[in-house]
Write a protein that binds this ligand. Structure first.
Ligand code: PSU
Ligand code: MN
Length: 298
């Protein structure tokens, strides 16, 4: 594993560092837009007083703290990065491949590097129909066993949100709503499900994180609703979701392609509305994650 000099010296000095994932860049956002989002995420983390560490695997080597040129590569569709969950890290390393890391893989590498706070868009979870497909994201099991705070906007409404919350309870993962009593639904500020705990400040989130990580069992989730002005109109959202689920069935999409295909459907069928929502929520999460990391370091 290679840490950038900036990330490594920040960690040595006990300064705030925020991990960022690369699957959202390589497989969650369209080319071009992904690079501007990557830069914006790093900018807001820095503006809040923390050091960004975007994580990916390049030529088999896990890199924590990508350079600008490495971000260009991750965001280049012609570079052909594969989507790497945690189970894919050893094959990618041994075979010298380039890959973008999901929440599961990023959390594992971040924790190995000593980073305690990680920002993303949405956590993977239990898919609709999981009772027969068994499609449950590795993000859940990995979070349960990895000492890191994941800051996200809940889980995508394309998932079975209730079942995902049940799975998080089973795995003893604390779930905190940030300034909300409702668990957020990614494109929408509220799902029909309550957030098990509520915090209203970065300091409170840091205190809970410190307490949970001291227990040594694993990670936790801070669910931050998409900013008010950036939420998708609910009717548009519900229509795209219904069409997207039908499209998955028509094309028999399964496995790791489900999330990227659904995200792309939302982005194209909404003519970019969902893209703006996605960008604003992940930027807000990176900003909040930096504030929590600063509070934790202080
Ligand atoms: N959040 C986003 N865009 C994404 C993802 C999350 O805003 O592309 C990615 C994350 O990397 C997450 C993955 O780990 O989707 C979940 O994929 P799967 O359902 O195949 O585990
Ligand atoms: Mn899956």
């Amino acid at each position: 594993m290679r840490l950038s000099a900036e990330v490594s010296s920040a960690l040595d000095a006990g300064r705030a560092v925020v991990a960022l994932e690369s699957t959202i860049l390589a497989h969650g956002l369209p080319p071009g837009r992904n690079r501007t989002v990557a830069a914006r995420l790093e900018d807001v983390v820095r503006a809040a007083g923390a050091v960004p560490a975007t994580i990916a695997v390049l030529r088999g080597e896990p890199v924590v703290g990508l350079t600008g040129a490495e971000l260009d590569r991750v965001c280049d569709p012609d570079a052909g990065l594969v989507k790497l969950s945690r189970r894919d890290l050893a094959p990618a390393a041994a075979l010298g491949r380039d890959g973008a890391t999901t929440v599961a893989a990023t959390a594992a590498l971040a924790a190995r590097a000593g980073i305690r706070v990680f920002a993303t868009g949405g956590l993977g979870g239990v898919h609709r129909g999981a009772a027969s497909s068994f499609d449950v994201s590795a993000d859940l099991d990995v979070l349960a066993g990895t000492p890191v705070l994941v800051v996200c906007s809940g889980v995508k409404s394309v998932l079975d949100i209730g079942a995902t919350l049940e799975a998080l309870e089973t795995r003893s993962v604390p779930v905190l709503g940030f300034g909300t009593d409702a668990f957020p639904a990614f494109y929408l500020r509220e799902s029909p499900y309550p957030a098990p705990w509520r915090v209203d400040t970065a300091e409170q989130a840091a205190a809970v994180t410190r307490a949970h990580l001291a227990g040594g069992t694993g990670g936790l989730l801070l669910a931050n609703p998409v900013p008010v002005g950036a939420e998708m109109p609910r009717e548009l959202h519900d229509r795209l979701l219904a069409d997207g689920l039908a499209l998955l069935a028509d094309r028999a999409v399964t496995g790791k392609d489900v999330t990227p295909v659904l995200l792309e459907h939302f982005h194209t069928a909404s003519a970019g509305v969902s893209l703006d929502t996605n960008e604003e929520l992940v930027v807000a999460n990176a900003t909040l994650a930096a504030a929590v990391a600063v509070a934790l370091a202080g």
